[in-house]
Write a protein that binds this ligand. Structure first.
Ligand code: PMP
Length: 384
């Protein structure tokens, strides 16, 4: 029999869309994919070469649980240069198998039964880690009225004596919103007042268009209480390499590394050597430029669909608009559109209650395919 806690860990709502896409494509249908949260580019050639070289050199063994030294050093230099964060590469940085493992180990190592975890709503799937830890998830709204900033007043109201951990994600999946300096300062005040540990998920940091990125750990009073999570999946199109990291003071790293020894032990050795190369250049720049052009295209096309609106995304590769006029239910809309017009989106409610009446559009597809998707959406709406 499965453990009781598994009843709170369902199959992901996005996976159900993937399965429906597979079924349609197997039947010969053409599906435009705007549901997948991963860059569509190949990993830049120099990074792939570094991986191949590592393989040829025989770098095929377990590494330190913390990760190889040159990569930890590169990450420490990156965090100092880009984020104003000072971490010691020996003992304050852990290289993980994707940011997913960094999130999982942080949550499971730091909270347990009786503890509450504040989580953005809508958000990526932090829930399985919280359920595994036996802690309680307390959502706080990320508000479309404020350009998808966290609603800090609501967040402060939900903080209690039992709150241990606050999760923040910027740039934000699924809305494309980015934390601004004022909201970051307000979040800092709540974290300090309630003595919270903060998990700052910054996986989309490099993919941003017109705003500065704020790293919460760099704000006054935050270093001691913040675990900064980042990785290579999105910035360098390396989702399959499984490479991420976290940085935190040693007091927080200590429980996390002890757990981490028994999850995946270390990140893939070959991926770690490729990661060293990724941090040496500006290999992400052409991809970010392409995403920005697509962001503009998606924003224009959304504006032309009656009823569909959302603040222009500032980062990541997602838009989170309201459903078109005349559509009642976002889930019904997504499945009808997929089956009848071959356009794959994700219902907003997959990411939380505040996603009601919204859909996530991932513009990690070519401009031609994005145009094709919106042509089909408009034709489908006109034919109703
Ligand atoms: N955080 C967020 C907000 C994400 O969207 C994702 C992936 N979709 C991750 C973390 C995990 O990324 P990875 O494990 O590939 O590094």
């Amino acid at each position: 029999m499965p453990a009781d806690r598994m009843s709170a860990i369902p199959f992901s709502g996005i996976r159900k869309i993937f399965e429906e896409c597979d079924r349609l494509e197997a039947a010969g249908e053409d599906v435009v994919h705007l549901e997948i949260g991963r860059p569509d580019f190949d990993t830049p050639e120099p990074i792939k070469d570094a991986g191949k070289d590592a393989l040829d050199r025989g770098e095929v063994h377990y590494t330190s649980n913390y990760g190889i030294e040159p990569l930890r050093r590169g990450i420490a230099e990156k965090l100092a240069a880009d984020n104003g964060l000072q971490y010691d590469p020996d003992g304050e940085i852990i290289v993980t198998s994707g940011a997913t493992e960094a999130v999982f180990c942080t949550v499971v190592a730091l909270v347990g039964p009786g503890d509450e975890v504040l989580v953005p709503d809508p958000s990526w799937t932090y829930r399985p880690s919280i359920e595994t830890a036996g802690a309680t998830r307390v959502p706080y709204p990320v508000s479309p009225e404020e350009g998808f900033q966290p609603d800090v007043e609501a967040l402060a109201e939900r903080a209690s004596d039992d709150t241990e951990l606050l999760i923040v994600n910027t740039p934000h999946n699924p809305t494309g919103g980015m934390l601004d300096a004022d909201h970051a300062a307000a979040i800092r005040d709540v974290a300090v007042e309630h003595d919270l540990t903060v998990l700052s998920d910054e996986i989309y940091e490099k993919i941003r268009y017109d705003r500065d990125h704020v790293s919460l750990g760099a704000l006054d009073g935050m270093y001691d209480r913040t675990v900064t999570v980042n990785g290579f999946s999105k910035a360098y199109s390396m989702t399959g390499w499984r490479l991420g990291y976290l940085a935190a003071p040693e007091s927080l790293v200590d429980p996390i590394i002890r757990l981490r020894q028994y999850t995946t032990t270390c990140a893939p050795s070959i991926a770690q050597h490729a990661g060293v190369r990724a941090l040496e250049g500006t290999l992400e720049a052409p991809m970010v430029e392409a995403f920005e052009r697509r962001r503009d295209l998606v924003a224009d096309r959304i504006a032309d669909v009656p009823g569909m609106t959302c603040p222009t995304p500032s980062g990541a590769f997602y838009a989170f608009p309201t459903v078109p006029e005349g559509v009642d239910d976002e889930t019904e809309f997504v499945y009808s559109l997929l089956r009848e017009a071959g356009v794959a989106l994700v219902p907003g409610t997959v990411f939380g209650e505040t996603g009601t009446g919204r859909v996530r559009i991932a513009y990690s597809n070519s401009a031609d395919r994005i145009d094709e998707a919106f042509d089909r959406i408009e034709a489908w709406l006109a034919a109703r």
